[in-house]
Design a protein around this ligand. Structure first.
Ligand SMILES: C[S@@+](CC[C@H](N)C(=O)[O-])C[C@H]1O[C@@H](n2cnc3c(N)ncnc32)[C@H](O)[C@@H]1O
Length: 258
């Protein structure tokens, strides 16, 4: 496989594959997954009985396993991290896991009945390549479902409380004598300022996302803005109250017309 456009993030996943796997497999740790993003993604799945499905940026393979259990005949996961692929293959032998870049899919045209991607596409600065590859490898009259950071969330800046050292994403206005500085920039395309996950994701506005989708040929079927499940409240009141007001992730369901 030639080098991916986002090698640095992939290096991080290679170096931290065991840490990441332990994290996602512990619902109490990965509350953004277990009590927020996954339930909304799973709720938006089409009927998978007897279907051939692909997951992009499959990580340690939990979603491919879930898609298989939902009746998929064949569930394939691809990831550009060799270490993640090793873990996924050893964990879920009923699925196929392949080391591959989501921008260069090594599958024939119209190979899949459904394509899925959870929290992986935002590692790419531009989505034109991945969207055209997904469009090419998906059959007509089928869906591509993916989640990513919500632009409202990724456009906020990270503020550190000087006394407590607590870090918070915020749109807070900082008062400097007579002037206010607005922290956060929704309209500016750029690298997201990280809070506590040391990988590079890219912020882009809904307008930019919508124009990339339009160029790909896909039609927008649905936009989902999940709400945190009540179970999250017991584990982190703070995250629950944040996500109940300001979305962290967004889900797009795209349709390839006949
Ligand atoms: C946050 S993890 C999500 C993993 C899994 N989908 C889940 O929900 O647990 C992001 C994954 O995307 C993968 N990834 C990043 N860039 C990629 C690329 N260009 N092609 C394929 N996979 C990529 C990373 O290696 C990592 O495993």
């Amino acid at each position: 496989m030639s080098m991916s456009n986002n090698k640095k993030s992939i290096d991080w996943y290679n170096d931290n594959a065991i840490f990441y796997t332990d994290h996602v497999r512990s619902p109490k740790e990965s509350i953004y997954h277990s009590y927020y993003e996954k339930p909304a993604m799973y709720n938006a799945l089409p009927n998978l009985k007897g279907k051939k499905v692909l997951s992009l940026g499959c990580g340690s393979g939990e979603d491919s396993h879930y898609l298989k259990n939902m009746g998929a005949l064949e569930s394939i996961g691809i990831d550009a991290s060799k270490e993640m692929i090793k873990i996924a293959s050893a964990s879920y032998p009923e699925c196929d896991f392949i080391y591959m870049d989501m921008e260069k899919l090594e599958f024939k045209d119209e190979s899949f009945d459904f394509i899925y991607s959870s929290l992986a596409i935002h590692y790419l600065e531009y989505w034109n390549n991945v969207l055209s590859e997904v469009y090419r490898t998906l059959k007509s009259d089928k869906y591509f479902l993916f989640s990513c950071e919500h632009p409202v969330y990724s456009s906020m800046d990270c503020i550190e409380d000087k006394k407590t050292k607590m870090r918070e994403l915020s749109y807070t206005r900082e008062k400097k004598t007579e002037e206010y500085t607005i922290i956060g920039d929704y309209l500016k395309h750029g690298k997201r300022i990280e809070k506590d996950w040391p990988v590079t994701t890219w912020h882009k506005s809904i307008g930019e996302i919508s124009s990339e989708i339009k160029k790909s040929g896909f039609l927008m079927s649905e936009i989902i803005e999940p709400e945190p499940m009540i179970e999250m409240k017991k584990l982190s009141e703070r995250t629950f109250s944040h996500l109940s007001k300001i979305p962290g992730f967004i889900i797009f369901k795209l349709y390839k017309a006949e």
